[in-house]
Unconditional design. Sequence first.
Length: 107
Amino acid sequence: MKQMEVTILGQSYILACPDGGETSLLAAVAQVDSEMSAIRDAGKVKARERIAVLAALNLAYQLAERPGNNRSSAASTRGADAVHGGVQIDTLIARIDNALGHDGHLL
């Protein structure tokens, strides 16, 4: 596993990335940065943690509303503790916590 430096909302983060996952990670970073920037630019929310939570909720909602996304199948996938691409939820939460380590945990 390699580490990559990325920038989200003007702040650098070092993220672990599985070999061959660089393109997917960069696409995810771009989507998160875009969502967080839109929330910040709307001017109603200033705190980075609140922007991150709202962006996460917006992205999760968009994912849930994709055509062909069956909520019961998504729930069973979560029950199996896996998400798209085979990355486990616990691993994603740990990555987020590590990235936000200097700002504190979201929850």
